[in-house]
Design a protein around this ligand. Structure first.
Ligand code: SF4
Length: 139
């Protein structure tokens, strides 16, 4: 059976930063080793130092330190490490757990990018979902 998004979904990031604010199940920004290396390089730090300064580990998984509702790299509602942002951020909102219709409705309630812009084709959505699945497997 085709998914509900088989004809594409309209989405265009509006730069609201709302996906960079912790809310329940979306609390942590998880990081693969590649994510940590990329962020460390962007900040001019050795990966180990970046990890000491900016990461914590929960249940064996690295994530950005969680010191408040806003991500520590959110500055003036903008990502200050945008070019090097983690895969989890890069693939938003096309995560496997967001794609059931009911979950997508919940996303639409706080993300103003949902319903904006041109349709993202199903093939692109599937590619992003695969990227997110690969990333999750590397955590
Ligand atoms: S790293 Fe950047 S894109 Fe990701 S949650 Fe933090 S501010 Fe947002």
């Amino acid at each position: 059976m085709k998914p509900w998004w088989a004809d594409g979904v309209r989405f265009a990031c509006q730069g609201s930063g709302r996906c960079c604010v912790s809310r329940g199940a979306y609390g942590y920004v998880y990081l693969t080793l590649e994510d940590r290396r990329r962020l460390a390089a962007a900040l001019g730090l050795p990966t180990r130092r970046f990890t000491q300064l900016h990461c914590a580990k929960t249940d064996g998984y690295f994530h950005l330190k969680d010191d408040g509702p806003d991500c520590r790299f959110l500055v003036d509602r903008r990502c200050s490490v945008y070019e090097a942002r983690p895969t989890q951020c890069r693939t938003w909102p096309f995560w496997p757990e967001n794609m059931p219709a009911r979950a997508w409705t919940a996303i639409a309630a706080f993300c103003p990018g949902v319903g904006q812009g041109a349709k993202v084709p199903a093939a692109r959505i599937e590619a992003v979902l695969q990227e997110q699945r690969r990333s999750t497997a590397k955590l």
